[in-house]
Design a protein around this ligand. Structure first.
Ligand SMILES: [Zn+2]
Length: 263
């Protein structure tokens, strides 16, 4: 189970200069996720955006005290493939230093904003290894207009550098890998279909790498003007998502990525 801890506007408004003007809702929405996990005895990896950690160090402490794994989601939520390797390294290093100063521990895992380690930015995996990460969970082996490597390996595996790659789970069908394990797919698909995908992977002896964001259960978040496709993806079915997440946590047993990867 993994949570990308970012506020509702971080993925909608890429310019950090705009962020102070938005209503900050990350503490409340993350606490709701923590409550769901406490009620269902679920442990998860929280990939925390550095911008959130710098603003709300107490929230990072709350997550750590609840027994979850703290990992990095970078600092400024920029697409990896739109940065130079130097900019990327600076952004990730800053997030590591921020998290270490709060938790006293070096994060072992990283997830890129927008899953944006793609064929154009595979160099980022070497940067992560050089920064000391044990694993990455940034590759979604699907086709999407903003991210994805459709033919990439579906299961966790070690790269030649020693870095473990733990892709987001997909259901392999004849023509494509079906995304289902989080985000808008989880919100849009009916629960019986989600459950069937989990059971199918379980029958193959696989474990599901699932992702979610605190804003996805925050129905009260402000609505801002967006292109229609982004508006649909972002605001779709926020209300039922909390109960769905809780039902999922009751039905299946989850752990942190470090646990599942035996790190
Ligand atoms: Zn993100």
């Amino acid at each position: 189970m993994s949570i990308d801890v970012e506020d509702w506007y971080h993925c909608l408004s890429p310019d950090p200069a705009t962020w102070p003007s938005f209503e900050h809702r990350i503490v409340e929405s993350t606490r709701r996720v923590l409550e769901i996990f406490a009620r269902t005895s679920t442990r998860a990896t929280f990939f925390i955006l550095g911008a959130v950690a710098e603003r709300e160090p107490g929230l990072v402490e709350e997550i750590q005290k609840a027994g979850h794994e703290i990992a990095s989601h970078g600092t400024e939520h920029r697409f990896v493939y739109r940065q130079t390797p130097e900019e990327f390294e600076r952004d990730v290093r800053r997030s590591v230093e921020t998290l270490r100063a709060i938790t006293g521990e070096t994060p072992r895992g990283y997830r890129a904003p927008y899953f944006s380690i793609t064929l154009q930015s595979l160099w980022a995996l070497d940067t992560l290894r050089n920064l000391g990460f044990a694993y990455d969970s940034s590759i979604h082996p699907v086709h999407n207009h903003r991210y994805g490597i459709p033919g990439a390996a579906r299961l966790p595996h070690a790269l030649p550098s020693g870095l473990i790659e733990a892709p987001i789970s997909t259901l392999p069908l004849r023509l494509l890998n079906l995304p289902f394990a989080g985000g808008v797919y989880f919100r849009a698909f009916p629960m019986f279909l989600i459950r069937r995908c989990f059971r199918r992977l379980e029958a193959r002896g696989e474990r599901v790498v699932f992702y979610f964001h605190p804003w996805e259960i925050d129905e009260g978040q402000p609505r801002i003007p967006l292109p229609w496709s982004l508006r649909l993806r972002h605001y779709h079915a926020l209300g039922p998502a909390g109960p769905k997440l809780e039902a999922l946590c009751r039905e299946f047993r989850f752990g942190t990525l470090s646990e599942v990867l035996n790190l």
